[in-house]
Design a protein around this ligand. Structure first.
Ligand code: NDP
Length: 327
């Protein structure tokens, strides 16, 4: 028997509860994992609350990421006891996920736990932090350098935003953090932001082009915010777009792209190819200070993840929520 969050949808409605499950209920897969830590990401919160169409089959165990050790494996790449990390691949959406004490899945989806981190530290970063790294790598790939100018991070006090601020600052970029929570200014400065702006300067409908300011941007917000970010990029600036916390729409014009050569780089962490994942995790290990990571983390139990999902969607959670699956 093991404990997991279980999402059900039937005549009685959509609900998420703590449940005791049998090992023989685990889905197909060639590796069984003892999960030590998982996390609560925006997508997990949508799944747990049913506020977004994340879950494709019921019943579902949510949790798009996990860290733990291999319990048994018929995959030659993994032996019992190996420490592993998982992000994405539809886990927690179409395949039972990490908000559980056990998971069974395809070994090809796993990566070895980076040597720089304990399982808990890997989940302090989690999918949000790994996505932040993918965003930074996209800016680099498109030629944005510290000397290019200011980098804007939107949704800065959230999971992706917090890690993006820390990574960019460590790489020597001048980071401007946009947040709806000015009381988190001190926190964002501790992570490395040089200036804080209020998100309402970006969230209302704007003009096709605005004053050129940003050399690069990491956007986890979408909607009018992303449109305004594109409109205020410097000539040949680059925006890494990964999220939709304000909305899935993009009410923009082509003006920034055809008049200023702006690049809009889309970031998907779920099906990101393995070599890029491995690179992202290696770089996270090089760049993130594990003491600084403690700043952005709050630890909760599996059961506490249910009410925390509502708080996360309401934008009340600072940084990252780590879930100790054995607490
Ligand atoms: P969080 O909830 O931790 O952070 C989102 C932040 O966005 C909030 O903290 C808040 O920041 C800001 N925000 C919330 N609501 C609004 C609003 N209405 N208008 C403007 N800003 C708002 O989520 P995550 O960091 O885990 O994820 C962020 C986004 O990135 C989500 O949309 C998620 O789905 C997406 N994502 C995408 C991935 C991919 O593969 N493409 C992977 C991981 C995440 P503040 O208080 O500072 O304003």
């Amino acid at each position: 028997m093991f404990t997991a969050l279980k999402i059900e949808k039937d005549e009685a409605g959509y609900r998420t509860q703590l449940a005791s499950l049998e090992d023989n209920q685990l889905p197909d897969g060639d590796v069984t994992i003892k999960v030590d830590y998982s996390t609560l990401n925006y997508k997990d919160a949508l799944a747990i609350t049913g506020k977004g169409p994340v879950v494709r089959h019921f019943p579902m165990v949510p949790g798009i990421d996990l860290a733990g050790s291999v319990e048994s494996s018929s995959n030659p790449a993994y032996q019992p006891g190996d420490a592993v990390v998982l992000n994405g691949w539809g886990v927690g959406e179409v395949h039972w996920g990490g908000l559980a004490q056990k998971a069974r899945l395809k070994g090809d989806w796993l990566i070895p736990l980076p040597t720089a981190f304990t399982p808990r530290q890997a989940m302090m970063i989690g999918t949000a932090g790994y996505t932040a790294m993918l965003c930074v790598m996209a800016l680099e790939r498109h030629g944005v350098k510290p000397e290019s100018g200011e980098i804007l991070v939107t949704g800065a006090a959230g999971g992706v935003g917090s890690v993006a601020v820390a990574l960019l600052a460590k790489l020597g970029y001048q980071v401007v953090a946009s947040t709806g929570r000015p009381d988190e200014a001190e926190y964002l400065k501790q992570l490395g932001a040089s200036e804080i702006i209020h998100r309402n300067t970006l969230s209302e409908p704007g003009k096709p082009l605005a004053r050129e300011r940003w050399a690069g941007a990491v956007d986890s917000v979408g909607s009018h915010t992303l449109a305004n970010v594109c409109a205020s990029m410097k000539y040949r600036g680059v925006v890494a777009a990964c999220g939709l916390a304000q909305g899935m729409d993009l009410p923009a014009t082509v003006a920034p792209f055809i008049l200023r050569g702006v690049t809009l780089a889309g970031i998907d962490s779920v099906y990101c190819p393995r070599p890029e994942r491995l690179e992202a995790w290696e770089r996270l290990g090089q760049l993130l200070d594990t003491n600084q990571l403690e700043l952005l983390v709050h630890e909760i139990s599996l059961e506490e993840a249910i009410p925390a999902a509502t708080d996360l969607l309401a934008g009340k959670i600072r940084g990252r929520l780590v879930v100790d699956t054995n607490r």
